[in-house]
Design a binder for this molecule. Structure first.
Ligand SMILES: [Zn+2]
Ligand SMILES: [Zn+2]
Length: 222
């Protein structure tokens, strides 16, 4: 069931993008700020305490590796996982580099999803604005519909696939803490980047700030 919701988050994103007008893309930033704050809160409130049940420096190393991995992936994705798309392709071929980097990110984020945390909800909320912006880019850049749909389909199955593997393969289960720590690093980087970019030039923006505060409160009381 949770796999279906993760998949549907991308479907919803595509459908919204079909009807979205360029000037309405601004409203996405408030939603994006909310999603980033919510993901960060779930990471800090739920995932972090879990991996530090037995404190050790090596867990910290995995978190740091996750942060570095995400920085590395964004050299290729140009920040698509936090709602940025800059692709300058005249040829309109399938954007493999974007696809691979985005898929690694999406695949990894499926791993720590479990019934003991609210990560499923956080990832769905994180995925919807990303899928909207990504789809919007594909549509307005004039990619063929089949290219767009293939891209989004495979992107959409990555997180459920990661989650499925982590739940069904005992070898992965053995390294649960290490993998979670790595993904925490990914989440820390992505979510703080969203928050950073949502306060452009450090200017105060009431709707975005409100969205951030509401997200933190909600995540705390879940
Ligand atoms: Zn960015
Ligand atoms: Zn993500």
């Amino acid at each position: 069931m949770s796999y279906l919701f993760l998949f549907l988050a991308v479907v919803v994103g595509y459908v919204v993008a079909l009807f979205l007008k360029k000037r309405e893309l601004r409203n996405m930033e408030v939603f994006l700020a909310f999603s980033g704050a919510f993901l960060l809160s779930i990471t800090v409130f739920e995932l972090l305490p879990h991996v530090f049940e037995t404190p050790s420096k090596s867990i910290g190393v995995y978190i740091m590796l996750g942060i570095l991995l995400q920085i590395f992936l964004e050299f290729f994705s140009k920040g698509a996982e936090h709602g940025h798309v800059h692709l300058h392709s005249e040829t309109k071929h399938f954007p493999w580099i974007l696809f691979v980097s985005l898929s690694i990110h999406a695949f990894m984020e499926g791993f720590p999803i479990s019934e003991d945390n609210n990560l499923l909800l956080a990832i769905i909320i994180h995925k919807i604005p990303v899928a909207i912006i990504l789809s919007f880019f594909f549509i307005t850049a004039g990619y063929k519909r089949i290219t767009t749909l293939l891209f989004l389909f495979f992107f959409a199955i990555m997180t459920p696939l990661g989650s499925f593997i982590s739940l069904n393969y005992s070898i992965v289960h053995q390294y649960e803490t290490e993998i979670s720590a790595l993904v925490i690093g990914i989440f820390l980087h992505v979510s703080t980047t969203i928050l950073f970019e949502s306060s452009k030039n450090h200017k105060f923006n009431l709707p975005k700030m409100t969205a951030v505060l509401v997200a933190v409160f909600l995540a705390y009381f879940l």
